[in-house]
Design a protein around this ligand. Structure first.
Ligand code: SAM
Length: 316
């Protein structure tokens, strides 16, 4: 009862109700929220704090950034969900917030896309900066079941970039399809596949949130160093799950949580790594069973040595 009253009191104010509505569309940083709300940062932060204290929002810190999202925990999350249901569809103020939010999101997506356009040619060398790729690739083959099965069937690689994952898996799959939204990346991928004489793999231009392929078409879906760039990793996992056949495997490879802020400022990373618990909950919500997690510590003797690569395998 006390918690419910505290939640109701916290949200009984127009700015805070707007905040809840804005964050219903996914997590945001304070500066993004500030731009959507057209209010000063201290003011927005104060409202955010009140909503967090009342359990309606959750905050997580990643390096210099803090992300806010609607709570999922039982009492606060339940109240937030119930209130969001009651918001009037036709409210002009909320509609303006939605428009500004769409703008903030599209600018962010354009920044990431520009980064990929500019780095398509040298992407493979950027990958090598992070961690020993050979060990990761060996672990990927094992996690996807290449040791147990003679042929893995159909593979879909989401955010395929230069097509390295297709190249790695090509001897082990019947057919491989790489999806990417960057034409520049796909040009490099096509050139790479062609140069290596790989004929069972192809790439297609597409959005990984809405893959132009039918449900249940894949035995293995891979997301290799893609989720940390995305606004909505949970939606990407749902789309990957949709593509899987029964007993198919989703293989996600990404960084474990870290504090290397320069990856955000210089390399367009949206998230400083991903935690096992987050991945577990996204997979569960997508109807997948997470079976295995493997962490590969970097042994490099440079400033990137604190990066750990995680491999999560989930089965449909
Ligand atoms: C860091 S690269 C990784 C490429 C590749 N998986 C690898 O490890 O070499 C991320 C890729 O995701 C692609 N990407 C980002 N957002 C996407 C989206 N919404 N739909 C499709 N591709 C996307 C980018 O264009 C980029 O090629």
């Amino acid at each position: 009862m006390d918690a419910l009253l505290a939640g109701l009191r916290a949200v009984a104010e127009s700015t805070r109700l707007r905040l809840l509505a804005i964050l219903a569309g996914g997590e945001l940083t304070v500066s993004e929220i500030t731009r959507v709300m057209h209010q000063s940062q201290p003011r927005v932060s104060r409202h955010l704090k009140l909503l967090c204290d009342a359990g309606l929002l959750e905050r997580s810190r990643e390096g210099a950034w803090a992300f806010y999202r609607v709570a999922r925990s039982s009492h606060g999350g339940g109240l937030a969900a119930a209130l969001l249901e009651l918001l009037p569809e036709d409210d002009a103020g909320l509609a303006r917030d939605r428009e500004r939010l769409a703008l903030v999101r599209s600018e962010r997506a354009e920044r990431a896309a520009a980064y990929f356009r500019e780095n398509a040619e040298r992407w493979d060398s950027i990958r090598d900066l992070h961690v020993g790729e050979t060990a990761v690739e060996q672990a990927m083959l094992e996690a996807a079941g290449a040791g147990e099965l003679p042929v893995l069937g159909d593979l879909v690689d989401l955010g395929t970039g230069t097509g390295r994952v297709l190249e790695l898996f090509s001897p082990r799959v019947g057919r491989g399809t790489g999806i990417d939204s960057s034409r520049e990346m796909l040009n490099v991928a096509r050139a790479n596949l062609g140069a290596r004489g790989i004929v069972n793999c192809q790439v297609r231009l597409g959005d990984l949130y809405d893959v132009p392929m039918e449900s249940g078409c894949a035995d293995v879906v891979t997301l290799h160093h893609v989720l940390h760039f995305l606004d909505d990793p949970a939606a990407a996992i749902r789309e990957g799950a949709r593509l899987l056949r029964p007993r198919g495997r989703l293989l996600v490879v990404d960084f474990a949580p870290h504090a290397l802020d320069f990856l955000r400022t210089e390399h367009a990373h949206r998230r400083l790594g991903l935690a096992d618990e987050e991945m577990e909950s996204w997979c569960k919500s997508a109807g997948l069973a997470t079976c295995e997690v493997r962490h590969l510590e970097s042994t490099g003797a440079n400033s990137h040595e604190t990066l750990t690569v995680s491999l999560w395998t989930a089965t449909r």
